[in-house]
Design a protein around this ligand. Structure first.
Ligand code: MC0
Length: 142
């Protein structure tokens, strides 16, 4: 079902500060930036590697306000790993399969994600406390 880990999302208070930290510490490069109003975030993708099925990234996330998923997460837990995203060939199909196994879907239908992807989230309480994202790249590779 999963082709790779597409990205790990990190919640932070100050996107520019944390981009600079990840660039200087790990020699990573920002390859995309976006404001996603629907998800309530400003985000940056830092490229890690390319492999079979596509690339993998660190995603830095700054909330657009306190009453957003990442805003609430920061208030409760502080900065840190917010979610793990898996690359799938077909996100609609993956949702059907996983939903059929009794896992609560936070999205019944895919939404717009970074770099033109289609994304959907699974409830963290049903996946060992891990907020899980499914990602379908626009052309299956990114
Ligand atoms: C909240 N909880 C988490 C969590 N966020 N557990 C693990 N990982 C997280 N990231 C836990 C809380 O601690 C709490 O547990 C319970 O879930 C309910 O949380 P809440 O404080 O009521 O917070 P809500 O209202 O935000 O709901 C949480 C939920 C929500 C995960 C359902 O955040 C959601 O629908 N997230 C999916 C969308 C999203 O996260 N978008 C931002 C990334 P206790 O035990 O205290 O009750 S957008 C993105 O990443 C895009 C741009 C992309 O990749 O392309």
């Amino acid at each position: 079902m999963f082709m790779r880990i597409d990205h790990v999302g990190i919640a932070c208070h100050d996107l520019e500060e944390k981009i600079a930290l990840f660039e200087r510490t790990f020699d990573l490069t920002v390859v995309a930036r976006e404001v996603n109003e629907e998800q309530g975030v400003k985000e940056a993708m830092l490229h890690i590697a390319d492999g079979e099925g596509g690339g993998s990234y660190i995603q830095l996330l700054e909330p657009l306000g306190p009453d957003t998923p990442v805003g609430r997460f920061l208030a409760k837990r502080g900065e840190g790993v917010h979610h793990v995203a898996f690359g799938v060939p077909d996100v609609t199909r993956a949702l059907e399969e996983i939903g059929g196994k009794g896992i609560r879907l936070l999205d019944e239908k895919p939404r717009h994600g970074s770099m033109g992807s289609s994304i959907a989230f699974l409830h963290p309480k049903d996946v060992a406390g891990m907020l899980t994202e499914l990602v379908q790249a626009p052309d299956q590779r990114r």
